[in-house]
Design a binder for this molecule. Structure first.
Ligand code: ZN
Length: 494
């Protein structure tokens, strides 16, 4: 094994042989490289694309994804937000009988609107009967609105937001000003009449009209793209988030019970404002929260969003946050995490708390250029994941990580399980102290790599699966399973 790969080298096997001396890496990777030979090189500036024909150069970008990312429409996002605002409230406990106001009218419009995008998009209500509990004060029918774009395989990639809203006296601004961080969604005083609909004004244009509009816009552009995705894409508008992530919890519970293979969830909640309540403006970055520990699948998904979002939308910086969410705040991605699914939460970089959970959460608080950039990052990540093979397993049959010091006793010997659809694998590593991958190496269609004299104790290693078109899964890292404590028995001294 040499350290040279043919990535980006216009790699036919003759060139690879010259590049590596013995051709060992490239010989195995020739099939992968040949597929990229006549790739079109595309330059990307601020999410817009210009195509330049080129021969013999392998590109990191798939022109189809560049085109997809370029079709996100600010105008469409704005129209969706205005329509969502027009329902006045989308509280999960609001009216279901009005055709113009409340949750019932809102969910019907979302369903009808997404159904109009493309016949291939299967749009339905994901419905649950929920008796009184927690913040649910009466029997209520909870309906997520779900749009499924079937892929070649059953594995699923989700893009989501929540379409329900809430507004309380003082909103989130008053909750934050109250001192120590606390759960802003803590139960309010019991209503005088628990059967009365919660029908007060709650426009919720940013929380979470923004995530809903992003999800709907991606449902439109993905279903109209004509791209044949490997994974099934699910565009999910959750309900009941403000009552305790109920729609997401119910769907995640169903996914466990029915063994629905959810591979990744990209959840968007409050992603439309670029102006903080303190006056600081940032329209060029987005935060992505993920639960630990440091090499959990959700962390790897966050790194993936940073890597591929940054490639397709270089003008927008992804800021991964090594924590599940903001202090005292929650979001639907956590409902999936709690049942073992891989999920991350997108959050605008500068929040305006006076506009959250408040009647002031209106269209005026939205920056459409900012929301569109966040939509482009989601589109790039979801499309790459859905075209790539699933991430490899690096566990053996006894669930042990397949990493050793063989053959010398001082080497890094990595093994992984072959993934269907993979034509190559990309190995990543970094110092064991540090959050970001520092090195990467594309290897061919093999399931073993030895890096001589690399002490496995000093680095974190991971592997991603790559398809013939260069689409890459998120990384699976080699981690030491936690050791169970074995209590020491004590006895009486003789
Ligand atoms: Zn929210």
């Amino acid at each position: 094994m040499t350290g040279t790969t043919c990535e980006g080298a216009g790699c036919d096997s003759a060139r690879c042989d010259a590049a590596t001396g013995d051709g060992s890496v490239c010989a195995r990777a020739t099939g992968f490289c040949a597929a990229l030979l006549t790739a079109v090189v595309v330059s990307v500036v601020s999410g817009f694309s210009r195509t330049v024909a080129a021969q013999d150069v392998a590109g990191d970008l798939d022109p189809r994804i560049v085109k997809l990312v370029g079709t996100v429409s600010e105008e469409r996002l704005g129209a969706i937000l205005k329509k969502l605002e027009s329902f006045e409230t989308r509280s999960s406990l609001s009216s279901t009988t009005s055709t113009t106001r409340g949750i019932g009218a809102a969910r019907q419009w979302i369903l009808t609107e997404m159904s109009s995008y493309n016949p291939h998009l299967k749009v339905s209500f994901d419905t649950y009967q929920v008796p009184p509990q927690g913040r649910v004060t009466r029997n209520v029918e909870m309906r997520n609105v779900m749009a499924i774009l079937p892929g070649r395989s059953l594995r699923r990639i989700y893009v989501s937001g929540h379409y329900d809203t809430v507004a309380r006296p003082g909103g989130q601004g008053a909750a934050n000003a109250g001192g120590a961080p606390r759960d802003p969604d803590a139960p309010a005083a019991a209503p005088a009449d628990p059967n009365a609909p919660l029908d007060n004004l709650a426009p919720g244009v940013n929380d979470d009209g923004s995530g809903t509009a992003l999800t709907m816009e991606l449902a439109r552009i993905f279903s109209q793209s004509g791209i044949d995705f490997d994974a099934t894409l699910v565009f999910m508008c959750h309900v009941g988030e403000e009552q305790g992530l109920l729609g997401a919890r119910l769907h995640a519970q169903k996914a466990v019970a029915e063994r629905i293979p959810i591979e990744a969830v990209l959840n968007n909640d409050i992603v439309g404002g670029d102006r903080g309540g303190n006056g600081i403006v940032d329209g060029a970055t987005i935060r992505v929260y993920s639960e630990g520990p440091e090499d959990s699948p959700s962390r790897e998904l966050a790194r993936f969003v940073q890597r591929w979002g940054g490639r397709y939308v270089p003008s927008h910086r992804v800021r991964p946050m090594a924590r599940p969410d903001r202090f005292g705040r929650g979001g639907d991605h956590s409902a999936y995490n709690q049942l073992g699914f891989t999920a991350v939460g997108f959050r605008e970089s500068r929040e305006n708390f006076t506009r959250q959970h408040d009647v002031r959460d209106t269209y005026e608080g939205i920056s459409l250029p900012y929301l569109a950039q966040n939509a482009r990052v989601n589109a790039a990540a979801a499309a790459t994941l859905a075209l790539a093979p699933p991430p490899p397993s690096v566990l053996g049959d006894r669930n042990q990580p397949l990493i050793s010091r063989a053959p010398s006793g001082y080497d890094a010997n990595l093994k992984w399980n072959a993934v269907q659809g993979a034509a190559a694998y990309r190995i990543f590593w970094r110092e064991a102290w540090g959050p970001d991958w520092q090195h990467e190496l594309l290897v061919g269609n093999v399931t073993n790599l030895v890096l001589p004299n690399m002490q496995i104790d000093d680095y974190v290693f991971g592997v991603a699966a790559v398809d013939p078109g260069g689409h890459e899964s998120f990384v699976t890292a080699y981690v030491t399973p936690p050791r169970a404590n074995t209590p020491v028995r004590t006895g009486q001294q003789n």
